[in-house]
Design a protein around this ligand. Structure first.
Ligand code: 13P
Length: 284
């Protein structure tokens, strides 16, 4: 199928109250593992490449493979830049052919976040690319596996500001801070559901929940019922693949390197399929 934008895949999710998974990919096995899950379930999927993961990748080679592989897929796929913090990264991603970008100005002051997001939203839209931005701040980093992160309760998204932010910037999706962190949690997560419901009441754009790993099925269902339409998910897939590889090695069967990568990939597919079911993602 041709590449889809974030707008394309999230538009039906808002009235139908489901979410589409945005799964971070950091190598070919991750891509094939996630795409197999989407293809086996016949549902749309967002393949996310995060700026912090560029260190794992030679993007000049990886992106052409992604585009070719997505074109061969029978399901709708979005190629999304996750947490771009610099204008340069977003311009590069648009140039490479990403269909969606995220600008993360969540550590900036209000006026700066508005001004930079607005400029990048105009740029993305001129290129036919969707854009997500973040208001409030979700702590932790993708791949920060040491000790886990604490929720930054002082930087939750303000529901009144959310409406103004969307209006002033023209973004296609809004990432909100309502009790999640990226990577492992230091404490059991507790979502601020009334806040999320208030944000939903004030805005019509699809809402995005970052830091999906570590939430329960009930957390996801409650968040989706209150307006989450995109869930970002990475850490659990990355760790489960390692667990599966360790188990396979411990079983003592003779294995080659491709056998091991297939085990890791299989674990990613199985967990991604579970998440797709929990998110209630519908075929398009
Ligand atoms: P997790 O790694 O905690 O699932 O978060 C992923 C994410 O939010 C990517 O933006």
């Amino acid at each position: 199928m041709p590449l889809m934008t974030l707008r394309d895949v999230l538009e039906p999710a808002v009235p139908q109250r489901y979410a589409v998974g945005s799964f971070n990919v950091t190598n070919h096995d991750f891509v094939e593992g996630v795409l197999a899950a989407a293809e086996e379930t016949g549902t749309p999927v967002i393949l996310s490449v995060a700026e912090v993961h560029f260190r794992y990748l030679d993007l000049g080679r990886f992106v052409p493979y992604l585009k070719q592989r997505i074109a061969q897929s029978p399901v709708p796929v979005v190629l999304h830049l996750d947490h771009g913090t610099k204008k340069e990264t977003l311009v590069k991603a648009i140039h490479w052919g990403f269909s969606s970008v995220m600008f993360d100005g969540s550590t900036l002051e209000w006026d700066d976040n508005i001004a930079q997001t607005r400029e990048l939203a105009d740029l993305a839209h001129m290129a036919g690319v969707s854009i997500e931005a973040e208001l409030g701040h979700v702590a932790g980093g993708e791949g920060d596996f040491e000790g886990g992160s604490e929720v930054d309760t002082g930087r939750y998204t303000d529901p009144e500001q959310a409406a103004e932010f969307v209006h002033l910037t023209g973004v296609d999706a809004l990432a909100v801070a309502v009790g999640t962190v990226h990577g492992p949690y230091r404490q059991t997560p507790e979502l601020d559901l009334p806040r999320l419901a208030a944000i939903r009441q004030n805005t019509t754009v699809p809402l995005v929940l970052h830091g999906g790993s570590g939430l329960t099925e009930a957390d996801f269902q409650a968040a989706i019922a209150r307006g989450i339409n995109k869930v970002n998910f990475y850490t659990e897939n990355a760790l489960l693949a390692v667990e599966a590889v360790k188990e396979a090695l411990a079983a003592g069967r003779p294995m080659t390197y491709p056998d091991l990568t297939a085990v890791g990939r299989g674990a990613i597919t199985a967990n991604t399929k579970r998440q797709i079911a929990v998110f209630g993602t519908q075929p398009m």
